[in-house]
Design a protein around this ligand. Structure first.
Ligand code: ADP
Ligand code: MG
Length: 647
């Protein structure tokens, strides 16, 4: 019988791109820059690097292929390793933030676009690469857009380097124009007709319509899997629960419908499951974020249910607030999503919206994102004039200004916009500028050991505490154990206590289980912390611990996050100190309902209100002490009733 690897290798030859292999290689040889456009699933991401490897390009250097998403980088790398019959991380590997799965042997390297951007800091001419593929270019993520300009420059000084811009939709002309009329190559794809249906939404809750449609398809339509596009992990989990309950109600056997979620934070072991074919006689229902729109191709899908929403990053330069907003998708996305059902045969797409109401395309992220991090990277690469940078689409000027102002306030840039010593140190850390300033700033307060723990815990995201639906009270009590001590400590220090308590019990998994802590997240925090420690060492900051001086720790947090300070109002809400913005303590915070007068917060999240997530109490005079150029005495004084002066 055939092994998995043998089967994967045979499948390679069935992909649409296979017939164009030699033509493609010839074009790549003849053209330094090539724009490749092909239907999702035609084999661009998994095959082109292998063709190049087979043609000998890896003798001259690595083949780098960027992906906008972590999951895609990991998943395609593991697929290609499987097809080549090699161990992942050897010849074929991937690199994503805080996780490097490559070795000296690696010649085909998948990575997030953000990681390639960081590699340019240490390897400005990308000397170790023979080919760079900017994949999923149509996604137009912030890092991809910045990379366009940077690799275009590199190509000019490296005639031997080959550059491939690969994309799913037909924005090819724009890419070609930008790369000085680069040659465009279209891979003819296989696409079966897709019948589209419009479902009216009787309920407020569209998940209800989604679930009814799933069962209707299951009961009336021939075999074929169902793909449902949802906005994020939380919605996917809710849909999964509802589907399972309805299966019980309707007497549907667990072997009949197999629910298979996929989203960015899904643990790696579970990600692979989405690609496993459903056993005979059962139907797979894939619940996915828009990762399944073009980044990952899941075979066997015949039915798509599309409520028409996705989460996008949105930044308000006025308030400096960044949030993930649920927004209607674009017409281009709607077409892509529908297309997912017509890969293996004629498909059906059920839309819960009217396509006429949609905008034609999504606004590129660069025009709606916080630019502080990329501006710091560009400055570090020696790019002085941000306003005349060769952007494919320029960001709004006030967003650029806001980024420069913040970097100046943090001390990363001087009055002339040049990098400072502090800025150079900050760049070493692959985290947002405020977080890197907090780390660099901890040196002064002799608490770098505590601060990198806090930074690592914050970087893991929102998945430290486990709160199962039927044990919420127990879980909340367990969580509050890390808060109550002699004073109200706030969320940052609670995170520190969680980590240190875990360390004290020798990183025990059992302890995590007993304390409603997710052990996977803790292990990830430990990995991240190890890396941050290495970087501290690299920039010459000693690891010093000052565990009992909470004020020192809070001051180090403020050193990075002083722009995020807020003051309690009479009505229990907070007001940002330097911005006319009302914000609230997040219900998950340990300080919820136990207000401190002055707070510093990690980030704002917008749900029903603008909530501060991860807050710590502080003293207003520290603002003047730490950021005298940013805060003046009048900012922290009690507001006095205005007196009118008489002569
Ligand atoms: P494209 O980049 O053109 O959209 P890909 O190279 O990503 O296409 O995918 C080509 C095919 O490879 C898919 O249709 C699927 O059959 C297979 N494939 C890709 N990734 C995986 C994976 N992680 N597991 C199983 N099959 C995969
Ligand atoms: Mg692809």
């Amino acid at each position: 019988s055939r092994t998995v690897a043998e089967k994967a290798r045979e499948e390679r030859e069935l992909l649409p791109i296979h017939a164009y292999r030699d033509e493609l290689l010839k074009l790549i040889e003849e053209n330094q820059v090539l724009v490749i456009v092909g239907e999702t699933g035609s084999g661009k991401t998994t095959q082109i690097p292998q063709y190049l490897q087979e043609a000998g390009y890896t003798k001259r250097g690595k083949i780098g292929c960027t992906q906008p998403r972590r999951v895609a980088a990991m998943s395609v790398a593991s697929r290609v390793a499987q097809e080549e019959g090699v161990k992942l991380g050897h010849e074929v590997g991937y690199s994503i933030r805080f996780e490097d799965c490559t070795s000296d042997k690696t010649v085909v390297k998948y990575m997030t676009d953000g990681m390639l951007l960081r590699e340019l800091l240490t390897e400005p001419k990308l000397d170790s690469y023979s080919v760079i593929i900017i994949d999923e270019a149509h996604e137009r993520t912030l890092c991809t857009d910045i990379l366009f300009a940077l690799v275009k420059d590199v190509a000019k000084v490296r005639p031997d380097l080959r550059l491939i811009i690969s994309s799913a939709t037909l924005e090819a002309k724009k890419f070609s124009d930008y790369f000085d009329s680069a040659r465009i190559y279209l891979i003819p794809g296989r696409r079966y007709p897709v019948e589209k249906f419009f479902r009216r939404l009787p309920e407020v809750d569209y998940l209800e319509t989604v679930i009814r449609t799933v069962f209707q398809i299951h009961q009336t339509e021939p075999t074929g899997d169902i793909l449902v596009f949802l906005t994020g992990q939380e919605e996917i989990e809710t849909a999964e629960t509802k589907l399972k309950l309805r299966m019980i109600d309707l007497g549907t056997k667990g072997s009949e419908i197999i629910i298979s979620p996929i989203y960015s934070n899904l643990p790696t072991e579970l990600q692979a499951k989405v690609f496993e074919p459903a056993p005979k006689g059962s139907r797979k229902v894939v619940l996915a974020t828009n990762i399944a729109e073009t980044s990952l191709t899941i075979d066997g899908i015949r039915y798509v249910i599309d409520p028409g929403y996705c989460k996008i990053n949105s930044y308000n330069p006025r308030t400096g607030m960044e949030s993930l907003l649920v927004t209607p998708i674009s017409k281009a996305s709607a077409e892509q999503r529908a297309g997912r059902s017509g890969r293996t045969g004629p498909g059906k797409c059920y839309r819960l919206y009217n396509v006429k109401d949609l905008e034609p395309t999504t606004i590129p992220e660069i025009q709606r994102a916080n630019l502080a991090s990329v501006v710091l990277t560009l400055k570090s690469l020696g790019i002085q004039d941000m306003f005349n940078f060769d952007f494919m689409d320029a960001p709004p000027e006030n967003a650029l200004l806001k980024a420069l102002e913040l970097l100046y306030a943090l001390g990363a840039l001087d009055g002339n916009g040049e990098m400072t010593k502090v800025g150079e140190r900050m760049v070493e850390f692959p985290v947002d500028p405020m977080l890197s300033k907090m780390i660099v700033g901890s040196e002064k307060y002799k608490c770098s050991a505590e601060i990198i723990t806090i930074a690592a815990m914050l970087s893991v995201g929102n998945s430290i505490f486990y709160r199962p639906k039927n044990q919420q009270v127990l879980a909340d009590n367990a969580r509050m154990n890390f808060y109550v001590d002699t004073e109200k400590v706030g969320d940052h220090i609670a995170l520190l206590r969680v980590y240190n308590s875990w360390k004290d019990v020798n990183y025990s998994t059992q302890w995590c289980y007993e304390n409603y802590i997710q052990s996977k997240s803790m292990k990830r925090a430990r990995d991240i912390r190890d890396q941050l420690r290495g970087l501290l060492n690299k920039i010459g900051i000693e690891l010093t611990s000052n565990p009992n001086d909470l004020d020192a720790i809070k001051k180090a947090i403020l050193a990075g996050f002083f722009p995020h300070s807020a003051k309690l109002q009479k009505d229990g809400s907070y007001r940002r100190v330097k911005e006319p913005q009302t914000v609230y303590v997040h219900p998950n915070s340990g300080l919820f309902g136990a207000p401190s007068k002055w707070l510093v917060y990690h980030e704002l999240v917008l749900t029903t209100k603008e909530y501060m997530r991860h807050t710590t109490e502080m003293k207003p005079e520290w603002l003047i002490e730490i950021a005298p150029h940013y805060y003046k005495l009048k900012d922290i004084e009690e507001s006095q009733p205005k007196k009118t002066q008489r002569r």
